[in-house]
Design a protein around this ligand. Structure first.
Ligand SMILES: [Zn+2]
Length: 437
């Protein structure tokens, strides 16, 4: 897409289009939201740290029979360590964002590549690719620290450095194989599909997401983990009966070697239509009884029964539509680039630049609506819990959840405000209170 008007031309028409809004308005709004968001995040993380530390030395009365003090303290330590990492991430992320935008990093990278490659498709793809690689490299130390220091300290990490490196190589390769053609296609649409390019790009992006969802379980997940059919006969019979009772047909029941990387336990239900499959982490099966696994699966089925998965996909469709239409408009506005510290090239397409700037700044503005999504997510968890209670035994679900909270070192005493803002799952006390009525 060509830029509609620019500050460098002095035609009356160009001025009328480019002076409203002046680019400093965007700079100001961006800086304000960045600072306000950071202050809010710091305040929330500090609340969480203080609240958890305050309740560290006493197991809440409702859990005093089931959770030991050492495990309660371990959960407190882990929660505080994670909140501290969040602060570190915030500091690093804000600096990186400022360097890319207002301090001119993205602009400099763009112009260096323009001088080298000229203003064509290669330059555009190269800009996106080098941006992704540089950002990935910046994130590496923190990711290493999280896995080999924090997770290690609390006994969750099962990864060797070798496996970590192999994972990194594999995911980078898949990212390049899948992502680069996709980026090239979107950039091509931006240049070739006229002013409604964003509608086409949105369609392509949605198809891409659905295809990814379809092929992930059978093609991508097996590159990272081994899946074997569930061979525990008692559990098979129990789970099959539950699925029949709930009206589900699954293609298969699988066990995944989650213990290869982490001691955290989980179970999930993937796929569409007749290709649905149930996947249990081996770490889950080793910790829960047959009845508890049954209850956890019933919770997952509850998400399907209440159409939470479909609702999430629809929300993704709608949000992407809004995003792409905004990008379609912003990409043609010179103040969008200049307001974010980038000098666009008026003789060549700036599509890659627009795409990257948009991805960089959207989280700054969307952070303030994140609690709404967290609220819906927690509502869905309550609904899935209620479904599990109706289909299985509430006691089993309660003991299963407690074991999972304990094993994952999830705190039983989060700060209420922090939980309202960030938690996708309701705190244990709220969930158990509803399950055990
Ligand atoms: Zn759930």
């Amino acid at each position: 897409m060509a830029i509609v008007a620019d500050d460098l031309n002095s035609g009356a028409m160009a001025d009328a289009l480019s002076t409203f809004p002046p680019s400093w308005v965007l700079t100001g709004a961006f800086a304000l939201c960045l600072v306000a968001g950071a202050v809010l995040k710091i305040w929330l993380a500090m609340r969480q740290i203080r609240h958890v530390a305050l309740h560290r030395n006493q197991v809440p009365p409702a859990f005093s029979e089931t959770i030991s003090l050492p495990n309660h303290q371990k959960a407190a330590g882990y929660t505080i360590a994670k909140a501290e990492i969040e602060l570190l991430e915030l500091a690093l992320g804000s600096i990186v964002l400022l360097v890319w935008t207002l301090m001119g990093g993205l602009s400099a990278l763009n112009w260096a590549l323009l001088r080298w490659l000229g203003g064509g498709m290669e330059q555009q793809v190269a800009l996106v690719a080098s941006f992704v690689v540089i950002n990935g490299l910046i994130d590496l130390p923190l990711s290493l620290y999280q896995t080999f220091v924090i997770e290690e300290r609390f006994g969750f990490n099962k990864m060797t450095l070798r496996l970590w490196l192999i994972d990194l190589a594999k995911s980078s390769l898949i990212g390049a194989l899948v992502g680069l053609p996709m980026v090239a296609l979107i950039l091509w649409l931006m240049g070739a599909a006229g002013s409604l390019w964003w509608l086409w790009a949105w369609g392509v992006w949605m198809v891409f997401n659905v295809v990814l969802l379809l092929i992930y379980p059978s093609l991508i997940a097996p590159l990272f983990n081994k899946f074997r059919p569930l061979d525990d006969e008692a559990l098979r019979i129990r789970v099959t009966a539950l699925m029949r009772r709930c009206g589900f047909a699954a293609k298969g029941l699988f066990v995944m070697d989650g213990s290869k990387r982490s001691a955290h336990a989980n179970a999930y239900f993937t796929g569409f239509g007749a290709a649905k499959r149930v996947v249990f982490y081996d770490t889950l099966l080793s910790k829960l009884t047959v009845a508890e696994v049954d209850a956890v699966l019933a919770h997952e089925l509850g998400h399907f029964k209440h159409r939470h998965v479909v609702k999430r996909v629809i929300a993704l469709f709608v949000l992407s539509f809004v995003g792409f239409s905004m990008l379609g408009w912003l990409a043609t506005q010179v103040w969008f680039y200049q307001g974010l510290g980038v000098q666009p090239n008026l003789d060549a397409p700036n599509d890659a630049l627009a795409l990257l700037l948009f991805m960089l700044v959207v989280p700054i503005f969307s952070f303030f609506v994140a609690p709404v999504f967290a609220l819906f997510s927690r509502k869905h968890e309550f609904e899935a819990d209620a479904y599990a209670v109706a289909q299985t035994n509430g006691r089993d679900l309660a003991t299963a959840l407690l074991k999972l909270y304990e094993d994952n070192a999830s705190t039983l005493t989060p700060d209420p405000v922090y939980a309202k803002f960030h938690y996708s799952h309701p705190p244990a006390s709220e969930r158990l209170a509803r399950i055990l009525v």
